[in-house]
Design a protein around this ligand. Structure first.
Ligand SMILES: Cc1cc2nc3c(=O)[nH]c(=O)nc-3n(C[C@H](O)[C@H](O)[C@H](O)COP(=O)(O)OP(=O)(O)OC[C@H]3O[C@@H](n4cnc5c(N)ncnc54)[C@H](O)[C@@H]3O)c2cc1C
Length: 487
């Protein structure tokens, strides 16, 4: 989709950094309100988790209403439920208003327990939901082959095709005069007299719709990055459940169906783990075993994984970014509920820019996070570690560990007592990088499923040439030159 160029002489009302569901919703709401908005996206629109989502649209969330009540009180739990419902309503509203063809379908949702502990959890979930007025009931019937003890049915859940939805928002944004700049990573913001500069884009407000704000910030300590897995399969029976179905296991599994290119498929997802902490190949294998245990699979059509962020106190952080200049906003910590929470973020953030009150602003205010005392020291220290390591460039020669590296694989290996992140491509050439994450100085690990270097500390990810795939890093891994490609 084309869009006009950024005008360097213009001071925009807002630059929205990141083109996922949060960025597109915020940008469109602002543009519709008569503001001049630019979206700056590091890759292409939809590159982030919005294209890797399994796109369940729910009235409940990973943080249960009971948990929300115990951390934020009855009023907090009620507002959380209302915010989720309003996020869902925003999606429906945009689909109707712009006639977005994105396979939106309403379906019932089922959550089932397989043992006594899970059944107890289910009861708590039920009572919490009833208290905030979310429609839920017990049921004996669940369209699953998995034996269960107790189950809940949630009315009014939905699913859609997230990329087609994003394209619809993008079209509406451009038609309303919005500007999109792809392949533009924003690394820093300079602020002078209330005007923020993101590279050559100048604006009165900045919205980090980057899923996790870039660079070192408080949320690196308040949100844990998780990878989550999805496999889409064709079933021999040709019979697919017409529902969204979740178990209560830890890590959990879920199932739904979707028609892709005229063919109905079963989407099975879950087996989430902290980024960089477990082997993605094992997660895919575990998911495949699970599917084959319960369903007669005729073929595996697709598989993918993507990232989400778990907030330490259970609720997302949406609003003015702590320890940043006034007018710099962020939205993060959606857990696995970013369709509704990303959409309601759009409303909260656009209201903030427009100077309008928003009833959810207080509950999700990012400054509820208390900066830890040693935060600035920690930031300095981490930055120093990374700087020194990278500055200390070294030449390497082919060592035994490098020689053992098979084509198409990567590993952090030690050469002359120093660690390098080495990937051997199919032609035998070694792509050698500093393994020190440019975000906070941790050592990255190899993800063979996605051919990426993943940081176990805060979830930054890099491609085989060190380019940033996923923030919060904004700088590439340093290339190590002088590598002898011979083997
Ligand atoms: C496997 C999986 C399944 C999920 N299933 C569901 C589900 O069923 N229902 C649900 O509600 N949620 C689900 N989620 C969560 C949901 O996908 C996310 O919360 C949501 O997509 C986040 O949207 P976003 O727009 O905030 O971020 P993203 O979609 O990640 O977009 C952020 C964008 O910012 C860009 N960016 C980052 N840094 C910079 C920078 N410095 N400069 C410029 N651009 C930058 C990125 O390239 C990216 O395109 C799931 C998540 C995963 C991983």
């Amino acid at each position: 989709m084309s869009s006009s160029n950024v005008e360097s002489s213009t001071i925009y009302d807002a630059v929205v950094v990141g083109g996922g569901i949060t960025g597109l919703t915020t940008a469109l709401l602002l543009q519709e309100a008569g503001k001049k908005v630019v979206i700056a996206e590091a890759h292409t629109l939809g590159f982030g988790s919005t294209s890797g989502t399994s796109a369940h649209i729910n009235t409940f969330a990973d943080t249960t209403f009971t948990e929300a009540e115990s951390a934020f009180g009855a009023k907090g739990a009620q507002l959380f439920a209302d915010a989720i419902a309003e996020g869902l309503g925003l999606i429906k509203g945009y689909i109707n208003r712009y006639g977005i063809a994105c396979d939106y379908e309403t379906k019932p949702g089922f959550l089932y327990a397989e043992n006594d502990d899970e059944a107890k959890q289910l009861e708590e979930i039920y009572h919490g939901a009833v208290k905030v007025g979310v429609a839920v009931n017990y049921t004996d019937e669940v369209p699953t082959p998995v034996p269960f003890k107790k189950a809940l049915i949630w009315d009014g859940q939905a699913q859609f095709h997230p990329i087609n939805y994003l394209h619809g928002l993008q079209k509406a944004f451009v038609a309303a005069g919005g500007v999109i700049r792809e392949n533009t990573i924003i690394t820093t913001i300079e602020t002078n007299s209330g005007i923020h500069s993101a590279g050559d884009i100048r604006a009165r407000a900045v919205i980090y719709a980057t899923h996790m704000p870039p660079n070192l910030n408080l949320f690196n300590f308040e949100c844990a990055p998780y990878r989550s897995y999805v496999i889409a399969v064709k079933l021999k029976s040709g019979k697919y459940p017409n529902a969204l179905i979740y178990d209560c296991q830890e890590p959990y599994h879920y199932v739904r169906s979707h028609v892709v290119d005229g063919e109905r498929l079963l989407l099975v997802g879950g087996l989430d783990h902290k980024t960089g902490h477990e082997d993605p190949a094992k997660a895919f294998a575990g998911l495949e075993n699970y599917i084959r245990k319960y369903y007669n699979v005729s073929s595996i059509k697709y598989q993918w994984s993507s990232q989400y962020y778990v907030p330490v106190d259970g609720l997302p952080y949406i609003g003015q970014m702590p320890m940043a200049k006034q007018g710099i906003y962020c939205a993060t910590g959606y857990n696995g509920n970013g369709m509704m929470l990303g959409s309601i973020s759009g409303k909260i953030l656009s209201d903030a820019v427009l100077g309008l009150e928003n009833e959810y602003a207080d509950l999700f205010r990012p400054s509820r996070v208390k900066p830890i005392d040693s935060f600035s020291e920690l930031v300095k220290e981490n930055a120093d570690v990374a700087y020194h390591f990278i500055a200390d460039r070294f030449g390497i020669h082919e060592s035994d560990s490098l020689k053992r590296l098979k084509p198409g694989t990567g590993k952090v290996v030690e050469v002359d007592g120093k660690k390098i992140a080495a990937y051997r491509d199919d032609a035998g050439t070694i792509h050698a990088l500093s393994p020190v994450c440019t975000h906070a100085g941790c050592v990255v690990g190899w993800n063979n499923e996605e051919k990426s270097w993943d940081c176990p500390c805060h979830g930054a990810r890099f491609d085989i040439d060190g380019k940033v795939l996923t923030g919060p890093a904004t700088r590439s891994l340093a290339k190590i030159e002088n590598t002898n490609p011979q083997h």
